[in-house]
Design a protein around this ligand. Sequence first.
Ligand SMILES: C[S@@+](CC[C@H](N)C(=O)[O-])C[C@H]1O[C@@H](n2cnc3c(N)ncnc32)[C@H](O)[C@@H]1O
Length: 428
Amino acid sequence: MRRQNIAWSADGSVIPEAEPHTKAKHYILETYIVNLIHTLYGKGRYGVTNFTFIDGFCGGGLYKDSQEIDMWYGSPVKIIQAVREGYKKSQRNYSLNVQYIFIDNQKEHLDYLKNYAMPRAGLDELCDEKIHTFKDEFGTRTEQCEFFHGEFEKLIDFCILRAEHFRGHSFFLLDPCGWTDVSMNSIRKIHSLTKSEILYTFMIDFIARFITERDTKLQKAFHDILEADSYYDLKKITDLSSASVQCYLRNESMRLFRERGKFEKAFTFSMVPKGDTRPLYYLIHLSKSLTALQVIKDSFWQNNNLSYQYYFEIYGYTFRTTDYYEENQTFLEFDITENNYDYSIRKLHQQLVDLIYNQKEITFLNLCEKTMELNPANREQYVKLINFLRMEGDIEVIRNDKLLNGKKPDLQKNDIIKQPSTKQLRFF
Ligand SMILES: C[S@@+](CC[C@H](N)C(=O)[O-])C[C@H]1O[C@@H](n2cnc3c(N)ncnc32)[C@H](O)[C@@H]1O
């Protein structure tokens, strides 16, 4: 049940190795946070100014890295650095206020973080847990870090209070050692905050093993903590290594978090160690807004050199059995490389054409709401494709009662997309 080789000793003599999937997770985390700050704080007339970052399973903050001469920073350090980068990128002249809450149930890990990892990253002044004000060429920023030794489940109510009190936006990184460390009830508590989101490493391999081995000791946790009693139908799970079972597990996990966790938008990255066929865990992003979903997809494309696989056709609310995946081998294993851009566009094209063809007209916002979770394309690819179809005469875009012209205009949420009155839409 426990992940191996994760331990930091307070005297600095023991630290873990950064494994490739840990590094992949960190790439996504830091890209996403830079983009998040830039989007929420740095865009618009006056953006969000207050943020709470809660790293519920923070670890010691530093790893050995056999691929590099330097060491590799862990999530608490990466989060602070990414916020600062997003702040710089935004170049706004009003202040940004950030509170960080770092939790770990091993005191040695927190000691290592404060005594070694943060000082090494030049963040030692934040270890005193006070509010610090930084002034630079851009403006003013306040930052405060707090460290809590304890079980995340016991500290969740405190975290919710702190986030509520601070107002603004809250981001939870939940990176536990197993699926019994985070309850569905806590996911719902986070959802109850006005503006909140979660990046969660969900240990699907442990769940899969539990389901097939039918470990009775964990049965209660499966019902009480994960609330997964009517999910992952045991009879349907035969060969764990088959792609169809893997797709089924992922689809069920998405259904579980959307229905029981209440988060409307969910996006997953599947972390498959190279040379393996089974995902070790999913990096699940849970949010309530289309913007957050768009930003996480952008972050995925920015990291499109990751050598991790990514399964399609398993988004959405549809309930599908393993037989569905066995019969429909159209889902692909997908290496995240440049070439996959074509796959993404093809997939998007099919979905957009279906929707536009089946409705008299649809707004750009509605089109995004209906399809964003069903394909890997980001907003930029949507705009490119819609403009391409418009230039080809396959669709019309109407803004303020006028036909939209020009080669590459950006699209607005109220733009109306429809079939042209004179031409039938073609299917590719
Ligand atoms: C996978 S590691 C964290 C790695 C870190 N997030 C990173 O990316 O660098 C998980 C950490 O959670 C801590 N932990 C395990 N169970 C916990 C619990 N119930 N509550 C809080 N921390 C816990 C462990 O001590 C360990 O440091």
